[in-house]
Design a protein around this ligand. Sequence first.
Ligand SMILES: C[S@@+](CC[C@H](N)C(=O)[O-])C[C@H]1O[C@@H](n2cnc3c(N)ncnc32)[C@H](O)[C@@H]1O
Length: 213
Amino acid sequence: MQLDVFTLVPHAYAWLTEQRPVAAVLGSELDLRLFSYRDTSPLRSGQVDDEPYGGGAGMVLRVDVVAAALDAVYGGVPDHRVVALTPQGRQLTQGVVEELAAEGRITILTSRFEGFDDRIVEHLCTDSISVGPYVLSNGDLPAMTLLDAIARRLPGALADGSGELESFSPALGGRLEHPHFTRPAEFRGWRVPEVLLSGDHGKVEEWRREHVR
Ligand SMILES: C[S@@+](CC[C@H](N)C(=O)[O-])C[C@H]1O[C@@H](n2cnc3c(N)ncnc32)[C@H](O)[C@@H]1O
């Protein structure tokens, strides 16, 4: 998959790209490209945003700046999915992640301050996605959330099998995974369920099935 992120802070993604699962698929299953709106801004001094028409607080990401960034990279509006991250978007779920992870190419647009000039979402994007019903200060944390969730679904991202029986997966009927425990078996009187210490794989499986939530 080729995944392109347009941002004002490409350097902020360094940490994520050094960690699994993104690091495990970078250069093989995932070609990640980070673009700064400033590098292609047609405005002086790399300006990217402006005051809102009608007045009010904050700055708005300009449509000509985003169009110029897409022109520079794709020669126009790309013919693959372009996702704007915005609180007004479709809520991100595991189903949406699976849908996007099946794409060959995706472009993600981030914003900050008051957000996008709405013509960006209307005319330059195919999708708008929200990571939840709350407001963050910029689109980079949502972009990293989406990037991590997509990377987990790419071949080779996780140890064999560990991505199949996860919370929200079809294998669990979209429900939540059973609780996990590790050593010590008892701590401050808090005891691990006996069946998990029994060595009886059949009973352990049965307990786990019963404790899917
Ligand atoms: C401070 S927010 C803008 C909030 C906007 N004025 C509003 O009231 O809906 C700035 C940017 O952060 C990103 N952002 C914030 N919360 C988000 C969320 N829940 N999901 C996706 N992106 C979000 C978006 O890119 C947004 O344009």
